[in-house]
Design a protein around this ligand. Sequence first.
Ligand SMILES: [Ca+2]
Length: 328
Amino acid sequence: MRLTLFLSICLFTISCSETNNTTPRSDTSPEIDMGKDQASDTSDVFPDLGKDLAEDPSSGDLGGDANDMNPSDTNTEDVVDPDPGGVLLRADLREETMVNHMPLGYRIARDQMYTFRGIDDVGGRIEGIYSGRSVDTDGSRTPGGNCKKADGSDFGCSFNTEHSFAKVFLRRYLTEGSSEYRAAEGDIHHIFPSDQGINNERWHFAFGNTDCGQLMTCKINEESFLGLPTGATGSISCSHGDPEEGDSSCVMQVRDLRKGDIARAQFYMSVRYDMPIPEDSEQILREWNRDDLPDEREKKRNDRIERSQGNRNPFVDDPTLVDKIRNF
Ligand SMILES: [Ca+2]
């Protein structure tokens, strides 16, 4: 009798134990599957982005939309943005731009830019990024020579090379002399031919929109800007200081035709070298990116740079990527 009772209790216990073990396993199965699906979806969000970029620079929707990622999933109510804030996209672009980059060094980079049929030689002329003034390609890194003042005297107006992501910021975020620093210093995606005068005027001021009507100081169309029409060369203004004294409130507004070019160069640098862009500038650069979309000249420059240093600026290939990343 005791043995029978003992066996009955044992059987009951085993049965309960199995039941207890089975029930939660059954409950958790869908969660495990869901996690797997999410992980799978995430890896599918930007499949081989760089390959697409390289093979089809004109591709219009590299990042895609959350609802486009799994066409077979008709239950759109349950679709969750797998990459809120574009963190994964940013990481993918960083890897893509880094893996393919073969840094040239600043000296060779400039040779690639200024040589005959080089990156910035368009029909035998080289254009200043800020002024739009162009000079003959002469094979040197400082084309342009001398210009005449109104009184007939000469003054230097040759070009040099502008680091649009200012070197003071490269030194702040990268270790000067390191391989990353040298790669950034000679990264052609953000360096441009520029009138020396305007390059000096810009110094390392942030990019922004100027208000020459209200602000104390507004440098525009002065002698160093070579007498080009007002507005053609952009402007520099300072809310409470003088650009001659390097006031930190000064900003430089780029001429309309090159606003987007400069903006996409900044976003590229932020992603490639993991450097932040100050919030105020970032919002304006986003506007510039939308207002001035890549033209043929900018797209061809991207192609030429890829042939020289191996990587592309993905924001030139697809400017909509900018607004898929919440923070630069
Ligand atoms: Ca442009």
